[in-house]
Design a protein around this ligand. Structure first.
Ligand code: URP
Ligand code: ZN
Ligand code: ZN
Length: 456
């Protein structure tokens, strides 16, 4: 079916302008000042007063992430559905093998699990050790269209790498692939010691989760990673950057010409560490790694967006039910780490960023769609309103007001860290691969099916 979108304001990373868009066979076939309705057009949408964005891409989500408190509470179906309600049409999740398991086997299993997604998806693939087959498997994954390899400098008990292993993985990515190392930067050993110390002193409240992961354990890891990336000439993408000192290291590396990209998350831009001051019920939902930081860190993160030091915003979507968080009521180390957000990222950034004049509409779309697509090899099929691109399109009402609440969100969780926050801006329509998927507050296409995306 052909679909004609008339009178909208197309926003790209460079400009915004009024034009009509013709969609045919799942792709954008034409963009022009005035496209007339012709006989094959089945549906016309009048987008007067709305922005037209490329579908948002969330480059950092964890659906059904296994933890000792049970899996994160959104699976690929519920999580992708929630994402769609906010205008997100592509997610990038993770393949995390068990040690001893083949990375390729883990990739195939995760692909099967993700078939429930109703939006398109891709993965960062994690080497969780460096054994005799790791290099070969990284290269094979890359040949199969995996661009991003995720490394954890924390969580060394099960998935994190030590420095020697990290170097080896960077050498393989740089020397044998055109991929990128996507890295969780925290000094794992130091964090572990602090956790043990606090617990042995009976300091077990959520506050000690934050105090056991002080800002320097992140920024020193960022600094160390950048040095390793420089030695190995490996492009890197640093996930969930939360501190001003990390931003400083990243800016310095970029100024030296290193290929360093950075991501932050809405929660680091909106909340600060005072959230850990209250009762368990109020503070446990904010237990995530890295933890929330000080007000001056938030200010520096906001500055880093228009300055292009941070190129992407992901959610690190990893929600839990409160009962799961409660397993750590007597010991912060047992609180599962993470929070939801896949549904709210566009409206939050539109409200706090665009409406507050902290970022332009062009920067907004760059951070939430264009750069995630470019960095992870999905552009220009994704992240672009251009002839030939996939017709993943958000028709965005810039004035629509909402209030976030767990009582009405679509994420599978009974808590929401953004509870009662008022947002401005919401999708009027979401078009996915040329089909109208969402209209207003309703999914109108019940047979939506996400596709696994190969990176280039
Ligand atoms: O707290 C978090 N971020 N949980 C998810 C896993 C990770 O480190 O990204
Ligand atoms: Zn992480
Ligand atoms: Zn994460």
């Amino acid at each position: 079916m052909a679909l004609l979108i008339k009178n909208g304001t197309i926003a790209t990373e460079e400009s915004h302008y009024k034009a009509d868009i013709l969609v045919e066979d799942g792709k954008i076939s034409s963009i022009s000042k005035n496209i007339d309705k012709h006989s094959s057009v089945e549906k016309v949408i009048n987008a007067e007063g709305s922005y037209i964005f490329p579908g948002f891409i969330d480059p950092h989500v964890h659906m059904s992430l296994p933890t000792p408190a049970g899996n994160s509470s959104d699976d690929f179906y519920t999580g992708s559905r929630a994402a769609l309600f906010g205008g997100t049409t592509t997610i990038i999740d993770f393949v995390t093998p068990n040690r001893g398991q083949s990375i390729l086997e883990a990739l195939e299993l995760r692909k099967k699990e993700a078939e429930d997604s109703i939006i398109d998806y891709s993965f960062h693939v994690s080497p969780v050790e460096f054994n005799e087959t790791t290099a070969e498997e990284i290269i094979k994954c890359h040949d199969l269209g995996v661009k991003s390899f995720k490394i954890y400098m924390a969580y060394k008990d099960n998935i994190g790498l030590n420095d020697e292993e990290l170097m080896k993985v960077l050498e393989v990515i740089s020397g044998k692939t055109t991929g990128i190392a996507t890295v969780h930067c925290e000094l794992g050993d130091e964090v572990e010691k602090l956790r043990e110390t606090f617990a042995s002193e009976g300091k077990t409240q959520p506050l000690y989760h934050a105090l056991s992961r002080p800002a320097r354990t992140e920024s020193e890891a960022v600094k160390k990673l950048i040095q390793m990336a420089e030695k190995t000439d490996c492009p890197i993408y640093i996930v969930h950057v939360s501190t001003s000192k990390s931003v400083e290291h990243i800016r310095a590396a970029q100024n030296e010409g290193l290929e360093v990209y950075a991501e932050t998350c809405p929660h680091y831009l909106i909340f600060d560490s005072t959230k850990y001051g209250g009762l368990f019920v109020d503070s446990a939902p904010y237990v995530m790694s890295p933890p929330l930081r000080k007000k001056q860190d938030l200010q520096e993160l906001w500055r880093a967006l228009p300055e292009d030091v941070i190129q992407a915003i992901g959610t690190d979507h990893c929600p839990f039910m409160f009962a799961q968080k409660k397993t750590g009521e007597k010991d912060f180390r047992k609180i599962p780490n993470g929070c939801g957000g896949v549904e709210h990222r566009p409206a939050l950034l539109f409200t706090y960023g665009v409406k507050n004049n902290k970022i332009t509409i062009e920067k907004f779309i760059d951070l939430l769609s264009v750069m995630p697509a470019k960095i992870f090899g999905l552009h220009p099929a994704k992240g672009a309103i251009a002839e030939g691109s996939d017709a993943d399109i958000v028709i965005w009402n810039p004035d629509k007001k909402s209030t976030i609440s767990a009582s009405k969100h679509h994420q599978n969780s009974d808590i929401n860290i953004y509870e009662n926050i008022k947002t401005v801006g919401a999708p009027e329509y979401v078009i996915k691969n040329g089909e109208i998927a969402l209209k207003g507050k309703k999914i109108v296409n019940k047979t939506l099916k996400g596709r696994y995306l190969i990176s280039v």
